[in-house]
Design a protein around this ligand. Structure first.
Ligand code: ZN
Length: 183
């Protein structure tokens, strides 16, 4: 993985609204990006700000109501034991080109509030995509970064965490969030 410097201008960024299940946009397959234009760069920066504001570790464009293949992730990097630093990844058209092993992780999702689920994922993935400078980049990801890539790419394919449980459990969840909205 190449370590590139993070460059974004906080003044120009805007927090977007995160949409939640069962909004139908979340179930759509998102469209690929032809070219990373200044508008897409702005979207990537706004998504990063939104992710940080919501204390998430990843966000996909459909979660802000835009059905395009764009993701942002920041699970940080460990500089030394117990010392972590922010490490922002902003990608268009992310694609898993190879994977190996199995890992189980308890995941949450900003679009499925009050819901957590243990999910089996690939332990290691190689992800290819296009960065903010329209350049093809590749990441070799393990542990939480691997999980985050798979979770965000699922969003681009219209798949949510909640889709992994039975219809009865989904109904129970819907009831719960409706009740919470009333309170
Ligand atoms: Zn999610």
């Amino acid at each position: 993985m190449s370590i590139r410097s993070i460059c974004y201008d906080l003044d120009k960024m805007a927090k977007l609204k995160v949409i939640t299940y069962p909004n139908p946009i979340l179930a759509k397959v998102a469209k690929p990006i032809n070219k990373v234009t200044p508008e897409i760069v702005k979207l990537m920066d706004d998504m990063a700000e939104t992710m940080y504001a919501e204390s998430g570790v990843g966000l996909a464009a459909p979660q802000v109501g835009i059905s395009k293949r764009v993701i942002v992730i920041d699970v940080g990097v460990e500089l030394m034991e117990g010392v972590r630093k922010s490490y922002l990844i902003q990608l268009a058209n992310p694609e898993i080109v190879s994977s190996e092993g199995v890992i189980e992780w308890e995941e949450g999702c900003l679009s499925v509030p009050e819901f957590r689920l243990k999910v089996k994922r690939k332990a290691k993935v190689v992800v290819r995509g296009i960065d903010k400078k329209n350049k093809e980049v590749e990441y070799i990801a393990e542990c939480l970064l691997s999980v985050a890539f798979q979770h965000e790419i699922d969003h681009l394919d219209g798949k949510l965490l909640i889709d992994r449980v039975s219809k009865a459990e989904k109904d129970k969840y819907l009831e719960l969030i409706q009740k919470m909205a009333i309170l």
